[in-house]
Design a protein around this ligand. Structure first.
Ligand SMILES: Nc1ncnc2c1ncn2[C@@H]1O[C@H](COP(=O)(O)OP(=O)(O)OP(=O)(O)O)[C@@H](O)[C@H]1O
Ligand SMILES: [Mg+2]
Length: 475
């Protein structure tokens, strides 16, 4: 304390001397300059102290709440994995013996910039191998980097470094838990250093995946689709798939969630998008009649639950020049959310026509794998970070103003195929409701023809009539 006092006196003297040197011994008709110097010094000191106190008051609860959050997550992990000892004690109220749980003691939580460390002490009666066997739960709760270290004598350290492993095996349980946590209709992307990343499509409905060739876009689509197929039934989700490289989506052929064939040629993709557009218009009409604003309200009002629809196109840049397809994609980007119709589009570069303009602005979940240069990364993410990615399957996920680094789990095509075969078996013979009303052959359907088609039709009819007219009739 004395040292502080001395330092304070020293600063005060310094301020006095400085001002006397500058202004002389007295100013303003004889007021001693040292009084002015002391006044100024006191003012500056008060402002500095007040600022320091306010900073501590605002910041300290943050530190405390971060630690409290870690403790709460730990207890959740202990409960989930059964890491506790159950004991009995007499209840104060009714005097009966009641069970209670004793968890490991959390001795210390230290949150540093690059690693969080938690010191744990096991309660009497808990075998160390119980917590060791259940170490997976810490990865589930704190992310894939969490590591449990046995310090012996019933003490453990849980380390959670803020780095990501280069490869993470796909786990359906992890993906499913991440989807459930969002509470909505969600999309699982992968693992950040502090846990799984999933986005609620009702909040952020359209997804763009971008990155140079061979760094993980198709693998990410496989992870997204396989998770969906295993979690949601065809009554909840329908897929329209297009794969212009003809290499990726073959394994989804015959899956009951998939509408029609997998589009592999430009004309097929255009036809597929026209069908999605029909679904959009049909839902627009139905919602209008029911007075509903979105899928949830429609279900509330009518009791009918409509499936979500996801349109997934790998390498959407191959549609360059197809203005009809582009228009439909733009329209879905604008209106799809209310009608439960979502877009997932992948492409190697951002500066291509298809993902430009209005459509790009509506892709509110942006997933960037390695990008060719800073400019492309900035155009898509607002930061150059993605051009520096050096791990396959590593991406930046941008949603609203948040950008997180994520590792997509590795799901091999073989494993994916086995999962898909399971899905086909699970839903074999299950009828699914059509997305559009069936066409009734008894009601004439309007057909729109362009000039060329009308001319063709007229020619065909004339030819048919000429054939059918018997020679004697014209005589
Ligand atoms: N999440 C991942 N974890 C580990 N390795 C990965 C991951 N994603 C991709 N890879 C590796 O990179 C290879 C290429 O990945 P992928 O086919 O997904 O790239 P792509 O971005 O779709 O490329 P293209 O633009 O040429 O289609 C994979 O075969 C695999 O070896
Ligand atoms: Mg690919």
């Amino acid at each position: 304390m004395n040292v502080l006092r001395l330092f304070d006196d020293y600063l005060q003297d310094l301020a006095r001397n400085l001002l006397i040197d500058l202004l002389g011994g007295s100013i303003l008709g004889g007021l001693p300059t040292y009084r002015l110097a002391d006044g100024l010094y006191l003012l500056i000191k008060t402002i500095t102290l007040a600022y320091g106190a306010a900073y501590t008051a605002l910041k300290a609860p943050g530190w405390i709440s971060d630690k409290a959050k870690v403790k709460e997550m730990l207890v959740r992990a202990f409960i989930e994995a059964g890491v506790y000892v159950e004991k009995q004690r007499k209840d104060w109220g009714d005097g009966k013996m009641k069970p209670y749980r004793v968890f490991p003691t959390i001795e210390r939580v230290a949150i540093a910039a690059n690693c969080t460390t938690i010191n744990l002490r096991l309660p009497i009666g808990m075998e160390p191998d119980l917590i060791e066997r259940k170490a997976w739960v810490f990865q589930r709760v704190f992310g894939p980097t969490a590591e449990l270290v046995n310090d012996r004598a019933g003490r453990f350290r849980l380390l959670i470094p803020k780095t990501l492993p280069a490869k993470i095996p796909y786990s359906l349980e992890t993906a499913q838990a991440a989807l459930q946590r969002t509470g909505g209709f969600a999309l699982y992307i992968g693992e950040a250093y502090n846990g799984s990343v999933a986005v609620d499509l009702k909040q952020a409905p359209h997804v763009g995946l971008v990155g140079v060739t061979g760094w993980g876009k198709s693998t990410a689509l496989r992870v997204i689709l396989n998770t969906w197929l295993q979690v949601y039934g065809p009554d909840r989700l329908r897929l329209f798939l297009a794969d212009l490289k003809m290499t990726e989506f073959g394994l989804y052929r015959g899956v009951p969630h998939v509408e029609g064939a997998i589009a592999v040629r430009r004309a097929e993709v255009v036809a597929m998008l026209a069908e999605v557009h029909e679904v959009l218009l049909y839902r627009q009409e139905m919602f209008h009649q029911a007075g509903a604003v979105d899928l949830d309200e429609y279900e509330e009002l009518t009791g009918e639950r409509l499936p979500y629809v996801a349109v997934c196109i790998d390498e959407v840049a191959s549609l360059e020049g197809e203005s009809a397809a582009h228009d439909i994609l733009e329209e879905i980007g604008q209106l799809g959310r209310s009608f439960g119709i979502f877009l997932i589009l992948s492409q190697q570069r951002v500066d291509r026509e298809v993902m430009d303009g209005k459509l790009k602005n509506n892709l509110n979940v942006r997933i960037a794998y390695r990008m060719s240069d800073d400019m492309n990364s900035k155009m898509f993410l607002g930061t150059a970070a993605a051009s520096g990615i050096d791990t396959k399957g590593r991406c930046y996920v941008k949603q609203a103003t948040d950008t997180v680094e994520v590792q997509t789990p590795w799901l091999s095509p073989k494993e994916a195929r086995a999962q898909v075969e399971d899905i086909k078996r699970r839903y074999a013979g299950v009828a699914k409701a059509p997305l559009l009303p069936p066409i009734n052959p008894n009601i004439p359907q309007p057909v729109e023809l362009n000039d060329e088609e009308s001319a063709d039709l007229r020619e065909l009819l004339t030819a048919l009539m000429q054939e059918e007219v018997p020679p004697h009739a014209s005589a």
